[in-house]
Design a protein around this ligand. Structure first.
Ligand code: TYM
Length: 335
């Protein structure tokens, strides 16, 4: 199924500018985005979703700075704005408009079942209704561009199911406007946090920032949790439950992955040595990314211009869809 006039499939994905950009974001999503940009087979939209980041407490000055920092990181990782549409969500106000319209075909019961809402609202005195509506805005992000492919990590799959249901409900009630999006999962759908207790997540404080200086990166990676039953080097490990092995599977060459598996299960290689090899692969991949990031950071005005161009491109499509939606729903004076 294609969405644009180019005949290419349309892809949409987003990332929040909250907390530091970490290796879970990179391996679970952004590395795949960069590969798609390099392949150039699809019509690609990538978005820094700042309006999603205001659903929990935040500092406005800090948010502005994070939006630019994350955009810089994305471009450094290969999300090249000359070859895809990279923009900031709140620069295209149609996202918020569509979210309100879609809220009226979304049952409260579905939203209250969302795992992320349950997790993020737990223990808070103040729960913004925006946090409850969060998946509706996410559905709006995707449906606004009639994207059919959404590259995400496993934690976003439930939200995507809701986006599909929303498209179906809207079309059933008002006529065929939207396409139903499908998730595209990377090989690293769920990178665990350094504590090994839960998924690596900005809100859990268990992350390894992708652009930490190499020394800091190594000392955090070195402390990462592995197979809990492997207490000594002489104990055979179980790679299938090891986060370090999960990352080897994405980053390392095929022969290295096979060697890691066999040396771990036969207790020939200890966890620290295994992490050292992984660190070398990370470091090799990150050297050109760090250089690019440094060059971009020296020219923030250029990054702002690129984001402005991206928003203009996105807005053209967004406005067309909003007009279709308003017509289908009978909204406005029709003038
Ligand atoms: P966010 O900002 O939490 O994460 C951005 C992307 O990184 C993936 N990810 C992970 N993948 C593997 N292991 C992990 N530990 C890990 N942590 C994060 C996420 O799955 C995501 O793909 N709601 C979204 C942002 C969003 C969006 C959208 C995504 C808003 N609108 C429309 C797709 C389409 C979020 O909070 O992602």
């Amino acid at each position: 199924m294609t969405s644009g006039t180019s005949g290419k499939s349309r892809v949409f994905s987003g990332i929040q500018p909250s907390g530091e950009f970490h290796i879970g974001n990179y391996l679970g999503a952004v590395r795949t985005w960069a590969q798609q940009v390099a392949d150039a087979h699809e019509d690609l939209f990538f978005c820094v979703v700042d309006a999603h980041a205001i659903t929990v407490d935040y500092d406005p000055a800090d948010l502005r700075q994070r939006i630019l920092a994350l955009s810089t990181d994305l471009i450094a990782c290969g999300v090249d704005p000359e070859r895809c549409t990279l923009f900031v969500q709140a620069d295209v106000r149609e996202h918020m408009e569509l979210a309100w319209y879609l809220a009226n075909v979304t049952p409260m019961g579905d939203l209250s079942r969302m795992t992320q809402f349950k997790e993020k609202s737990e223990g808070r005195d103040f729960i913004a209704s925006g946090l409850f509506q969060y998946p509706v805005l996410m559905a709006a992000d995707i449906l606004l561009y009639k994207a059919t492919i959404v590259p995400v990590g496993e934690d976003q799959v439930q939200h995507l199911e809701l986006a599909r249901d929303t498209a179906r409900r809207f079309n059933h009630r008002f006529g065929p406007v939207f396409l139903e999006p499908q998730p595209r999962l990377s090989k690293a759908t769920r990178i665990m946090g350094l504590d090994g207790q839960s998924k690596m997540s900005k809100s859990k404080g268990n992350t390894l920032p992708l652009f930490d200086p190499p020394d800091a990166f190594w000392s955090k990676l070195r402390s990462a949790f592995t197979d809990p039953k492997r207490l000594r080097k002489s104990d055979p490990g179980n790679p299938d439950i090891c986060n370090i092995y999960a990352m080897h599977q994405v980053l390392s060459p095929a022969d290295e992955i096979t060697r890691t598996f066999s040396e771990c299960t036969s207790a020939q290689r200890g966890c620290v040595d295994c992490k050292k090899v992984l660190f070398e692969h990370f470091d090799r991949e990150l050297i050109p990314l760090r250089q690019k990031r440094e060059a971009l950071a020296a020219n923030p005005q250029r990054v702002r211009e690129l984001l402005g161009d991206g928003a203009s491109k996105a807005r053209r499509i967004a406005q067309k869809t909003i007009q279709e939606v308003r017509d289908a729903m009978g909204l406005g004076s029709g003038g």
